[in-house]
Design a protein around this ligand. Structure first.
Ligand code: COI
Length: 355
């Protein structure tokens, strides 16, 4: 892919925040990657340009019917100043699965990875130094055709923006309290819950707001039909450590196939832990908390990394997990995953990609 590069004027460079002020997704780097797609022509005009606003028709289809998909991955700075990506092609391939489901054009994952490397080299100074901080990468595709008919658009924009980030949850790597929603549902099999489309997140906001009003950080979704089986937590997948095994809901068509989820399954199996992907009901979880056979709960995701869960609220009752403290397996997974991502530990899986 031929990429034109137009660099930001020195005077227009953005101020880089200190690592301690990062939060999540509040700051953006100096440049972004953009390319356009038109029916009959395909992808064209690949360009790296200064980060800035787009000009869009108010009739752009994305604004009306939500044809928008995205990904989330991170770049990590190693101790020797190398910059690493974690399984980037898995994200780009997942984006293509989202594109197919949403009737949007597919990208060439290898070519986009190349473009991302170029963008990262240009904005390398933005990859934070601090432990736990990283550069969040947001590839996105939107329908730009102006028109109000409901159909696949004839033009799209694909772009990648970069944001230096700290922990996703204000709690950092400390247990979060989760509200189990039996009022709202996230997705149903046959819908779009297993792809990363913007509307899934828009639809989740009301439940998240209500959870916050009750003092909880995130929502735990139950299945849409029986409101009984565990699906996922807010923006991440979920794992339960029982006496005998680590259990996570199966990829049934209504949850997102997380790349961190898959990495955790692989690492845990490698460590000799039995991992089951099977339906888990909320009743099974609560009775295992009561009887003491449920040792840990944690969430996994690119933004969330490994987030221990300290309590679940269900039908007005709070159930404390593992005394409300971080469990040993969540800690071990967090340290191993971050060690691998930041280049501090060997990478037996070939997941780490040097920029
Ligand atoms: C990620 O973990 O990368 C996500 O996409 C979650 C995001 C919606 C904050």
């Amino acid at each position: 892919m031929d990429i034109s590069v137009s660099r930001v004027d020195e005077a227009a460079r953005r101020q880089r925040p200190a690592d301690g002020e990062l939060g999540f997704g509040k700051y953006f780097t100096d440049h972004m990657f953009v390319m356009s797609w038109d029916r009959g022509r395909g992808w064209h005009d690949a360009r790296i340009v200064p980060f800035g606003d787009f000009s869009l028709s108010p009739a752009s289809m994305v604004l009306h019917y939500g044809q928008a998909i995205f990904e989330g991955l991170k770049a990590y700075r190693g101790d020797d100043d190398s910059i690493f990506l974690f399984r980037p092609l898995d994200n780009l391939n997942r984006m293509n699965r989202s594109a197919v489901r949403m009737c949007m054009p597919e990208i060439d994952p290898e070519a986009v990875l190349d473009a991302l490397r170029q963008l990262l080299r240009l904005d390398a100074a933005w990859v934070p130094q601090g432990r736990g901080a990283s550069l969040y990468i947001r590839p996105t595709m939107i329908a730009t055709e102006a028109g109000l008919g409901v159909k696949p658009a004839d033009s799209y924009l694909f772009f990648i923006i970069l944001s230096p980030v700290g922990a996703y949850y204000p709690e950092g790597f400390n247990p979060v309290k989760i509200f189990v929603s039996d009022k709202y549902v996230r997705a149903v099999r046959g819908g779009v819950g297993d792809v990363k489309t913007a509307g899934n997140y828009a639809a989740s906001i009301m439940a998240a707001v209500e959870a916050k009003e009750h003092g909880y950080t995130q929502v735990l979704w139950l299945d849409a039909i029986e409101r009984k089986y565990i699906e996922e937590i807010g923006t991440s997948n979920i794992f339960f450590l029982f006496d005998e095994s680590l259990v996570t809901p199966p990829l049934s068509g209504s949850i997102l196939p997380g790349i961190t989820r898959e990495s955790v399954i692989t690492m845990a199996r490698d460590w000799g832990i039995s991992v089951e992907e099977r339906p888990i009901s909320i009743d099974e979880v609560l009775s295992a908390i009561e009887s003491g056979t449920l040792k840990e709960i944690f969430a996994t995701g690119t933004a969330a990394v490994i987030s221990p869960v300290g309590a679940l609220s269900y039908k007005g009752r709070e159930h404390v997990v593992n005394g409300g403290v971080t469990g040993g397996l969540a800690s071990r997974l967090f340290d191993s995953l971050q060690g691998l991502q930041y280049g501090r530990l060997p990478d037996p899986y070939g997941w780490r990609v040097k920029v």
